[in-house]
Write a protein that binds this ligand. Structure first.
Ligand SMILES: Cc1cc2nc3c(=O)[nH]c(=O)nc-3n(C[C@H](O)[C@H](O)[C@H](O)COP(=O)(O)OP(=O)(O)OC[C@H]3O[C@@H](n4cnc5c(N)ncnc54)[C@H](O)[C@@H]3O)c2cc1C
Length: 467
């Protein structure tokens, strides 16, 4: 029995069978949580996830760098205590979330401080493969691959979801269904066909393009960092960002990202020139003499997409959605997996209330959606503020935009010169603490008085030694 198997509860308290639609990060986390509350959990996945940690068709974003924020790492380690060991054995690198990454954000390098929060770098397929392995190690969880779900089963009056229908017509009964089909989820249409309102949607148009290459990495012993991330120095002037991640197998995964249709080139010389044009040359210096291990992959992302299930007046019982199906963010900020992890944790808390008799299983959805909306708001408000600095960004600016933007700028500036604040700010950026934790009078005063220029001049990190 693995350590993870031992952590699942008796699994029979809330019902016999829970179904999860989709076995990506949100689906696996949901299954892990449901395993503590239901006798059996079945995950249906349209894809056939490969044995090896390689990208798959259902998750094309797996070709590109995936940052696991400290807030998400904490949740994963809590639910899968043996994951850390497996990640490291498979070649993932890890370290303090303020020292291990070299981050150029908001016009300055992060202060290299010991935060006590840990982060990992690895390929997205490796992380997913190991989370899948540990989820399926639970005795009461089963995965059916190459099995597409085509609809919900309901009671005659359609007030409750009672299972799912598969593409081949098979009907599968369940006490609880979690729909985690990602951004392309058609849950809204399925619900509409059952007589429910479709949720309102919020879109923020950013027209981001990603292009990635893999190249051979310098040995670990020659570097004191696991990833380099360089973002725009000045928005709206700059539209380019890029990340270099040390992934398993002695490889760098290098991703270029361009906003508002400044799409990165897919040829190697053009790709190098893109990195040379970033506000800091570190990634370019690291990769300029290298040859790619394969062709470029690309991904285009027109807009954030949020579906407001929390605003619906009517919703069937026995069903919740989470992950990208609720909200898919601008990928540049690396929030999706961490938000999904925090939503899974919330679902766990909701189900624990049912188990204790404080809530009925039939009533879980409204409370869950309200809580999930708060988790999404935290991530959403912090980053849309940055994206709306571009006049080209389409959509509705968040309420209180001018103040939020002013505060964001001041907080970024303060994080470059005040170590105590920098650590607190880092926790908020990593979705490991709430933004309210920053509203201390001493920091607000310093942030307000501190001039932006003073902080922008402060650059404590020298360039890494090149091989
Ligand atoms: C380019 C890009 C870069 C990103 N970078 C980061 C990052 O750095 N950090 C981060 O945290 N997040 C990042 N994200 C977001 C992250 O990938 C997602 O948040 C994460 O995968 C969780 O999504 P999900 O599980 O909800 O959905 P998905 O990952 O989209 O998975 C949905 C799953 O449902 C399955 N499915 C679909 N329909 C059916 C059906 N009818 N029946 C059965 N199965 C079905 C699919 O095959 C798939 O496995 C990035 C996203 C993109 C696009």
């Amino acid at each position: 029995m693995s350590a993870d198997t031992a952590t699942a509860g008796d699994g029979a308290r809330l019902g016999r069978h829970a179904v999860v639609i989709g076995a990506s990060m949100a689906g696996l986390l949901a299954a892990r949580v449901l395993a503590d509350h239901f006798a059996h959990v079945t995950i249906f996945e349209a894809d056939t996830p490969p044995e090896q940690a390689v990208p798959r068709a259902g998750v094309p974003q797996g070709n590109h760098v995936h940052a696991l924020l400290a807030g998400g790492a904490k949740v994963l380690n809590r639910y899968f205590p043996a994951l850390h060991e497996d990640l490291v054995a498979a070649g993932a690198e890890y370290g303090d979330s303020m020292i291990f990454p070299r981050m150029y954000i908001g016009g300055r390098w992060n202060l290299p401080l010991e935060s006590g929060d840990f982060g990992y770098v690895m390929s997205r397929p490796l992380l997913e493969a190991l989370v899948r392995k540990h989820t399926l190690a639970l005795a009461n969880v089963a995965l059916r691959t190459a099995t597409s779900v085509s609809g919900y089963l309901t009671t005659d009056d359609r007030s409750a979801v009672t299972g799912v229908t598969l593409a081949d017509g098979e009907a599968v009964n369940a006490d609880f269904v979690t729909d985690v089909r990602g951004r392309a989820s058609t849950a809204a249409e399925w619900l509409k066909n059952l007589g429910y309102e479709a949720p309102e949607r919020t879109l923020v148009g950013v027209d981001v393009g990603y292009v990635s290459f893999q190249v051979p990495a310098r040995p670990k012993a020659e570097r004191d960092w696991g990833l380099i991330f360089v973002t725009q120095q000045q928005i709206p002037r700059d539209t380019r960002a890029g990340g270099l991640f040390c992934i398993e197998g002695g490889r760098y995964l290098v991703t270029a990202g361009g906003f508002h249709q400044d799409y990165p080139p897919t040829d190697w010389p053009g790709f190098l020139a893109f990195f040379k044009s970033l506000p800091q040359p570190d990634i370019y210096e690291e990769i300029k003499g290298l040859e790619p291990l394969g062709p470029a992959t690309q991904y285009r992302y027109a807009h954030y997409l949020r579906r407001h299930y929390e605003r619906l007046q009517r919703f069937p019982t026995g069903l919740v959605l989470l992950g990208d199906a609720l909200c898919s963010f601008n990928p540049v900020y690396g929030q999706g997996m961490t938000v999904a992890a925090r939503e899974a944790e919330l679902l766990d808390r909701c189900l624990q209330r049912c188990a204790s008799g404080a809530e009925r299983l039939e009533n879980v959805a409204p409370g869950f959606f309200r809580g999930a909306a708060r988790i999404i708001d935290t991530a959403w408000n912090g980053v849309t503020v940055e994206d709306f600095k571009y006049p080209q960004t389409r959509g509705q600016r968040p309420r209180g935009y001018a103040l939020a933007r002013w505060m964001n700028d001041r907080f970024f500036a303060l994080s470059g010169i005040d170590p105590e604040f920098a650590m607190a700010f880092n926790r908020v950026l990593h979705l490991a603490a709430e933004p309210e934790s920053l509203l201390k009078p001493k920091w607000l005063l310093r942030a307000a008085l501190n001039s932006k220029r003073q902080a922008a001049d402060f650059n404590p990190r020298p360039l890494p030694a090149s091989s």
